[in-house]
Design a protein around this ligand. Structure first.
Ligand code: SAM
Length: 308
């Protein structure tokens, strides 16, 4: 690790396709200088490996016209790379103690807006000066699902999300029918996730217990299930996944408080074997099932689901 705290390159000097070659930030030195104590409850493991940082921005394929939302900029390791490539970076950091070092590290870039606050409660759609933005972030692990669901369920959804998450969570999000989960469905209904690269735990400071991975989620213009049916779909899916080892027929009948023979009849009408389990049902099948259930029990479409 070099001794310099600050990058030499400035925004707008970069040509597309060139490696960025920013000198590594000396994160331990910054931590000492500002007398910080990385907060593990806030997921503060800072990405220090330049190869991993280059990988994140390669995966993001940022153009100079792009507006990028970064969640949890921390001490600015990734923020500097984003600032060189993007038109504007909006960086939302919850920890007030990190704001001064973050400002110092990113001082030379004029295209970064740093906002101190919680991504889960700030009105993100109002803070982004574009309806066509990217999310690029090494997100805090303790709220991975909450962040993804929050960003996907706003009216102003990003066009692409490039997230560094725990490796096991990345695999769950990208799973195929047979291994689906509520988390996978709640991402895949809005777009197509893919696993871009694995990042070893040693790329972070302090070193976490597990490896991470970069995932890319390309968002569809419209969700796979019509917007007006989404609440009903999530109610159904939540009921379907609520009892892991049960067949879909039994899980839905207890989750929806309906007789098993009625649920079985609807499943058969949707072309789904009632003995299958929720993790095997693909989105087209969930869609058929959702439309039949809405026709039969209109009240289900009015129910709001907390997991979204
Ligand atoms: N982006 C930096 C990097 O790559 O080195 C830091 C990543 S660290 C895994 C996660 C960051 O998210 C921390 O800086 C943490 O303080 C911040 N954070 C945690 N919860 C947050 C929340 N609810 N809203 C915004 N930032 C949050």
């Amino acid at each position: 690790m070099g001794d310099s705290l600050f990058p030499l390159s400035a925004s707008n000097e970069h040509r597309m396709g060139d490696p960025l070659d920013l000198p590594p930030l000396n994160i331990p030195k910054l931590i000492r200088e500002f007398e910080l104590h990385p907060n593990k409850w806030l997921g503060q493991n800072f990405l220090i490996d330049p190869t991993a940082l280059e990988s994140v921005v390669q995966a993001a394929n940022i153009s100079e016209r792009d507006v990028v939302l970064e969640i949890g900029p921390g001490l600015g390791s990734l923020t500097r790379y984003l600032a060189v490539l993007a038109r504007t970076v909006v960086a939302i950091e919850i920890d007030p103690n990190l704001i001064a070092p973050l400002r110092k590290v990113t001082d030379q870039y004029r295209n970064i807006e740093i906002i101190q606050g919680d991504i889960l409660t700030l009105p993100v759609e109002k803070l982004i000066p574009s309806s066509n933005y990217l999310v690029v972030a090494n997100i805090p692990y303790y709220i991975t699902s909450a962040i993804i669901r929050r960003l996907l369920s706003t009216d102003n959804r990003p066009k692409r999300m490039i997230l560094t998450v725990q490796y096991e969570v990345a695999k769950r999000i990208c799973a195929m029918p047979g291994n689906l989960s509520l988390l996978a469905l709640s991402v895949q209904v809005f777009g197509s996730p893919s696993l871009y690269a694995r990042i070893p735990a040693s790329s972070f400071y302090p070193v976490p217990k597990v490896d991470s991975a970069i995932i890319c989620i390309d968002l569809n213009l419209e969700p796979v299930i019509p917007i007006q049916s989404l609440d009903a779909f999530f109610s159904l899916a939540q009921a379907g996944f609520s009892q892991k080892r049960k067949t879909l027929r039994n899980a839905l009948s207890s989750g929806l408080h309906q007789k098993t023979n009625i649920v079985e009849e609807i499943l058969l009408e949707a072309g789904i074997d009632p003995h299958r389990r929720a993790e095997t049902i693909n989105l087209a099948e969930w869609n058929s099932l959702t439309q039949l259930v809405i026709n039969r029990f209109p009240e289900i479409s009015l129910r709001k689901v907390q997991t979204r």
